[in-house]
Design a protein around this ligand. Structure first.
Ligand code: NDP
Length: 477
């Protein structure tokens, strides 16, 4: 038998992806460094479809029809290079290596270049949806050559999630590292969404005085409206869960130190390199790292703050509505920032990414899937060269309608001492963008004063410098 596709790396993701291909009628060659995993897969799930178990790399490659399609689903980083080095010598021109791990897009660009020299298509592919998504349909973000997508696209469309309108959640994002770049930003946006939801929860608890179970109900209600999304849905589930051992809300027995694997951090690092202000995403990454500084937090416990006071019942309900507005407005801003980063990456690397398509393939399967993404898609469909999501009429109108409540929520948070870096950064971004004048003019004056860095004038072309140390005359620079 020849397999149409092969998967090497059979931990949770690879195993489920292989099963997904098999369940969709493909013959799947499976391979793993530790052979027992391959055997376990075939023993447990062999009845689901056609698997060809391969013990060695040679057997694995021999099992594949040509041109070969070989999916790598191993730990990102050095293991990926090790696996490529193991398989590449066994492949022929025209064969495809699909890396479905969470690779850094710069690594993907390097690997693509190296393998292209050998005539092998390297397809760095972002896959989102976790274990469940891999099995039932993930959102898939492939980069690599157009030619490779012609061969792979139909298979990926089959195993991918489908949006509500039936469209498969996969598209050829762009050449070389474009897919992994977009997956990286997806994760950055995911961090921001989670942080904003966390802030909403904290406000509902500490300002409105609601219990986790009550907050779960509020999130359930929100989930029937414009915030309808997977993350809001699971938030309600987590908040209503009660710890069996203690009878306490689950959220109260979990150590409040958030961990991260790195894709959110990359999103911010790359944004800094590209000069894109992703302040909301950055605050989300920083909030996780702050939470993890246990010693610093312990040492800061004695610092004073305002006296906590919670609202009465009807005020609390009004406040909850306001928090919904603040959350929605802040969410618009974090997606605005994330899409700006994708546009900037596309420009820098010549990827020609279709932003509307990106929004479209995030509508299903992935962690940030939401009704909201349909609106983003519509915004870019209406105008592909939209300078910013905030310039879309619908979003601008919605944020205008939300802003009074958004500001009130931040006033309450500040007065009560509830940290809301995500909400605050989003509002600051909004206010800075719409500002007539920014203090950047003063910054330029300071820079010219201490470093003769020069400045431009509002009324004349050219660069200028003021002789700060002398008679303060202005000279053309
Ligand atoms: P892990 O990231 O835990 O990786 C384990 C797999 O990598 C095993 O199959 C292991 O083989 C293999 N491996 C590790 N080092 C080597 C090596 N040097 N040579 C050969 N094989 C090696 O597995 P996951 O399934 O969690 O994730 C796979 C990839 O998917 C990762 O890149 C991850 O970032 C990405 N991803 C994960 C998601 C998730 O929700 N978990 C979501 C989206 C992407 P062995 O059995 O022999 O140890």
């Amino acid at each position: 038998t020849t397999a149409q596709i092969g998967v090497t790396g059979l931990a949770v993701m690879g195993r489920n992806l292989a099963r997904n291909f098999a369940r969709n009628g493909y013959t799947v060659a499976v391979h793993n460094r530790t052979v027992s995993r391959t055997q376990a897969l075939v023993e447990e799930f062999g009845h689901e479809g056609a698997f060809v178990a391969a013990e060695t790399a040679k057997e694995f490659v021999a099992a594949l029809e040509r041109p070969r399609r070989l999916v790598i689903m191993v730990k990102a980083g050095e293991p990926t290079d090790a696996v490529i080095q193991e398989f590449a010598p066994l492949l022929e021109p025209g064969d495809m290596i699909i890396d479905g791990g969470n690779a850094h897009f710069a690594d993907t660009r390097r690997r693509e270049r190296e393998l292209r020299a050998q005539g092998i298509h390297f397809v760095g592919t972002g896959i989102s949806g976790g274990e469940e998504g891999a099995l039932h349909g993930p959102s898939i973000m492939p980069g690599g050559s157009t030619e490779s997508y012609e061969s792979l696209g139909p298979m990926l469309e089959k195993i991918s999630a489908k949006a509500a309108d039936g469209a498969p959640c996969v598209t050829h994002v762009g050449p070389d590292g474009a897919g992994h770049f977009v997956k990286m930003v997806h994760n950055g946006i995911e961090y921001a969404d989670m942080q904003l939801i966390g802030e909403a929860y904290q406000l509902l608890r500490d300002v409105a005085g609601y219990s986790p179970a009550q907050i779960a109900d509020i999130f359930r209600t929100w989930n029937t409206g414009r915030l309808d999304s997977y993350l809001i849905e699971i938030t309600a589930e987590v908040l209503s869960h009660v710890d069996a051992a203690t009878g306490k809300p689950f959220v109260d027995v979990v150590v409040d130190q958030a961990e991260q694997k790195g894709t959110g951090r990359w999103t911010v690092q790359i944004a800094l390199d590209l000069g894109v202000p992703v302040s909301g995403i950055a605050e989300a990454v920083f909030a996780r790292s702050l939470s993890g500084h246990a010693g610093l937090r312990e040492a800061s416990r004695g610092l004073t703050g305002p006296k906590p006071a919670t609202l009465g019942e009807s005020e609390a309900a009004t406040f909850a509505d306001r928090v919904e507005q603040a959350l929605y407005a802040s969410k618009i801003v974090s997606y605005t920032q994330g899409f700006h980063e994708i546009a900037a990456g596309s420009e820098e690397y010549g990827w020609d990414i279709d932003l509307g398509k990106v929004a479209s393939i995030w509508r299903g399967g992935c962690i940030i899937r939401a009704a909201f993404l349909d609106r983003i898609r519509a915004a870019y469909d209406a105008r592909a060269d939209l300078p910013s999501l905030l310039s879309d009429e619908t979003f601008a109108r919605e944020i205008a309608a939300a802003q009074d409540d958004w500001r009130e929520v931040l006033v309450a948070a500040t007065r009560q001492g509830v940290p809301t870096p995500g909400f605050a950064a989003a509002l600051a971004y909004y206010d800075a963008l719409r500002a007539e004048r920014l203090p950047a003019a003063l910054t330029q004056g300071q820079r010219d004063f201490f470093g003769a860095h020069t400045y431009r004038r509002v009324d004349r072309e050219g660069s200028f410098h003021t002789m700060w140390g002398g008679d303060r005359a202005e000279v053309s620079a």
